[in-house]
Design a protein around this ligand. Structure first.
Ligand SMILES: Cc1cc2nc3c(=O)[nH]c(=O)nc-3n(C[C@H](O)[C@H](O)[C@H](O)COP(=O)(O)OP(=O)(O)OC[C@H]3O[C@@H](n4cnc5c(N)ncnc54)[C@H](O)[C@@H]3O)c2cc1C
Length: 389
């Protein structure tokens, strides 16, 4: 067993590090990507990454990538977080839709959609949830009806992250109301400026309005914007969900970098924290657990990546993965707020303010990408083989 990186992988790491050190904007210099201004600033950053082929390193070269393997992708992610580079405004496209396009898309669809996604000129949102169908995704009611040359879409989606600004949406619609719930769905690629689409922003807990409801009123979508087969929407959506819960969306570097910063924060405040047997000990314990959880996720991911290189396809274990990363994120930020004390709530600016922002966002981790209750059901039934009732 070889546990060290190869010289080529080390060279790749150095090249990535040099690029990032030279180009990453200062922490806090971009507005939030959930605001109109910040969305465009983050798009401009995607452009910088794309120009030197760092935006989608694992993709084939013809679509703007470097065609590197999963280990190199993990190395890039480590460098990306180490450099404290901006959040990826293209994340729904590059991390969720792209792997699905590579698996189910036609060659024409891949050539049409992947390059502008890599360049950040077309940014995607996910149109799955509906007011009465979140956890129960197969219960969606938005419908697609066959018309000459394509489909007419009607219905409503909600909670589309950055849907207020995105150019495109990948959505699930019911194309056969007579079929069994999972069998009657189809996956569509829809421009948000199509006639009949209305996007309505939803204010979040922090007042930003990246979320959106999306209404579809007789929206025409041509046949070549169906991804996968008619009626195959559930299968295609589960491939996307696997990327969302598994490795793609939340790589371990996000958590290992945050837990290292947490340790630094502890060291900077240690003398104000009282005795080792009192609050200091309790907080140190919390920090050690959060740090260990991030490290465990990193090591588990390298183990999974090795299996993937040997042909393993990640299945329901992506649900266990999702529970782990989302709960680790909460643990890291809870420990940070415990360290900062009540004053954390009133820190408005600078690096320390990020802990409160990060905490608020971490609370949504157990909800988005499918709630952790649902992931625990998947783990129980599909990994452990337990009965449904
Ligand atoms: C930050 C964030 C970003 C999001 N981005 C998007 C996006 O871009 N696109 C998109 O389509 N959606 C998005 N969502 C929506 C998200 O997918 C849903 O909120 C989620 O699937 C839960 O659905 P719901 O809100 O309708 O809750 P419900 O399904 O109504 O669930 C309510 C509660 O009941 C529990 N519950 C429901 N069914 C079961 C069951 N069978 N067993 C045990 N417990 C159960 C749930 O766990 C939850 O605690 C986002 C959500 C958040 C918070």
């Amino acid at each position: 067993m070889e546990l060290a990186f190869s010289p080529a992988q080390e060279a790749f790491r150095h090249e990535a590090r040099a690029f990032l050190e030279a180009h990453v904007p200062a922490v806090g210099s971009l507005a939030s990507l959930d605001t109109a201004e910040g969305f465009e600033q983050h798009r401009a950053w995607e452009q910088v990454l794309f120009e030197e082929r760092w935006s989608v390193v694992s993709w084939p070269e013809e679509y703007g990538g470097r065609d590197v393997g999963i280990l190199e992708w993990l190395i890039f992610e480590e460098e990306y977080y180490r450099a404290r580079a901006p959040k990826r405004v293209s994340q729904n496209g590059i991390f969720l839709l792209a792997p699905t396009l590579l698996e189910f898309g036609t060659p024409e669809q891949r050539s049409r959609f992947l390059p502008p996604m890599a360049a950040g000129t077309e940014i995607w949102c996910q149109g799955w949830s509906e007011p009465d169908a979140g956890s129960d995704l197969a219960g969606i009611r938005s419908r697609a009806e066959r018309v000459d040359g394509g489909w007419k879409l009607n219905g409503q989606k909600t909670w589309a992250s950055r849907g207020a600004f995105a150019e495109w949406c990948f959505g699930l619609f019911r194309s056969d109301p007579e079929a069994e719930r999972h069998a009657g769905l189809t996956y569509f690629l829809i421009p948000t400026n199509a006639e009949g689409v209305t996007v309505r922003p939803i204010p979040q807990i922090d007042g930003e309005t990246g979320f959106a409801e999306i209404f579809f009123d007789e929206v025409f979508v041509p046949d070549d914007q169906v991804l996968g087969g008619i009626g195959d929407g559930w299968k295609v959506a589960m491939a996307t969900a696997g990327s969302e819960r598994g490795l793609s969306l939340r790589s371990p570097a996000r958590y290992t970098e945050a837990s290292l910063r947490l340790v630094d924060l502890y060291e900077s405040l240690e003398q104000d924290l009282g005795s080792a047997a009192g609050p200091r000990g309790v907080i140190a314990d919390q920090i050690a657990k959060a740090y260990a959880a991030s490290e465990a996720y990193r090591l588990h991911t390298y183990w999974t990546a090795t299996k993937v290189r040997e042909g393993h396809v990640v299945g329901p274990e992506s649900s266990a993965n999702k529970i782990w990363w989302s709960e680790t994120d909460v643990a890291i930020h809870e420990a940070a707020l415990a360290l900062l004390g009540e004053g954390a709530e009133v820190i408005q600016d600078g690096e320390l303010a990020e802990w409160l922002d990060g905490y608020l966002f971490s609370l949504s981790g157990p909800i988005y990408a499918g709630t952790n209750e649902i992931q625990r059901n998947v783990v129980a039934e599909r990994m452990l083989g337990l009965p449904r009732k």
